[in-house]
Design a protein. Structure first.
Length: 345
């Protein structure tokens, strides 16, 4: 199988690339190398004979046509996206441009390729999305695949729009597709603007650890390598035209998550005073969803998949990875917006 992965130099995308290459799939990684991409994420597979990289943008229709003609993929895994909610508040246009228009161009290129190949049954367009398209939960309940969409940020609205485009291309043109909506990812190679790496790196620098509002927002945390395994499971075994929610089965309040990271750092890299003393509550971001939680029944019962990493184990691995890979994150700290509070409009 030749697999075209978009956004394969990003956080989740690179985890998928590494796993797919290790399992012997022929992987073509298409990435525009925007601010959050890092080819160092792929050092472990860069010289593998079943891996190739193409520097291109999903908004470039001509480039996409050439890539499909040259590589003739049997499947597409679409992970390329603008993904940081705070950035979407400050600059929503980039999210519409990439997540909506870019997805449209990719769908059209995939459809032309699929039709040109005689509409093979084995072709698959796998669109990777987020649980944020469902909006916000109260203290109880979980998102299912039938939960109505109710996005509350420019980011989640752009992802909801891209989900709808994929479904429409399936219903209108017959393009074989699957969609997955995941909970919050974390783990190695996480770009240092998201909550968990911000906590780790601010703590190591002795800087205030910002927690939005009162830290009571709840997320379900999914270790990125578990997510990569789930995505390949859905790609290869999921039912065409089906959506699957992928959760970590690890709900936690933000403040509890931050305190757990601080406790791990207290043990692994002790300092004179506890890292928890650096926690500071800051003004919440606009439209901050209270709680996300995923009902994983469908993927568990239909495909036999469930996460293997607990939150405590995953955070321990993640903290150790950042402690052991300082050159990786040091090189990214000068990139646009890193270390700056965004999304306060």
């Amino acid at each position: 199988m030749t697999l075209l992965i978009t956004g394969g130099a990003g956080f989740i995308g690179s985890a998928v690339v590494r796993l797919a290459v290790s399992r012997g799939l022929d992987v073509v990684n298409l990435d525009a190398l925007t601010y959050a991409a890092c080819l160092d994420n792929l050092a472990a597979v860069a010289d593998a004979p079943n891996y190739s990289f193409v520097h291109a943008d999903i908004r470039d229709a001509d480039a996409l046509r050439n890539i499909f003609a040259r590589h003739a993929p049997h499947a597409v895994m679409h992970l390329a996206a603008e993904s940081h909610v705070d950035r979407s508040i400050d600059g929503p246009g980039a999210f519409i441009d990439t997540n909506v228009t870019g997805t449209y161009h990719l769908l059209e290129a995939a459809r032309a390729h699929w039709e040109g190949q005689g509409r093979p049954d084995g072709f698959r367009f796998h669109h990777i999305s987020t649980d944020e398209v469902y909006g916000s939960l109260g203290a109880t309940g979980q998102f299912t695949e039938d939960t109505p969409y109710a996005p509350n940020s420019p980011y989640s609205a752009s992802k909801a729009a891209s989900d709808h485009l994929v479904r429409a291309w399936g219903e209108t043109y017959g393009l074989p597709y699957v969609i997955t909506n995941c909970s919050n990812n974390y783990g190695p190679y996480h770009f240092p603007e998201k909550l968990i790496p911000v906590v780790i790196l601010n703590a190591l620098a002795g800087q205030p650890i910002p927690v939005y509002g009162k830290g009571e927002n709840v997320r379900d945390w999914l270790y990125v390598e578990d997510h990569a395994d789930a995505l390949l499971t859905v790609l290869q075994n999921g039912r065409t035209g089906r959506s699957y929610n992928i959760g970590g089965e690890n709900e936690a309040r933000n403040i509890d998550l931050v305190r757990l990271i601080c406790a791990i750092l207290d043990r692994l890299r002790p300092r004179p005073t506890p890292y928890g003393d650096l926690i500071r509550f800051v003004t919440d971001r606009p439209g901050h969803d209270l709680r996300y939680a995923i009902d994983p029944t469908r993927i568990r019962t239909e495909l036999g998949w469930r996460p293997s990493i607990t939150l405590e184990e995953g955070l321990e691995r993640t903290v150790r990875w950042y402690l052991d890979n300082e050159p990786w994150w040091r090189a990214l700290q000068s990139r646009d917006g890193v270390g700056t509070r965004l999304g306060t409009a």
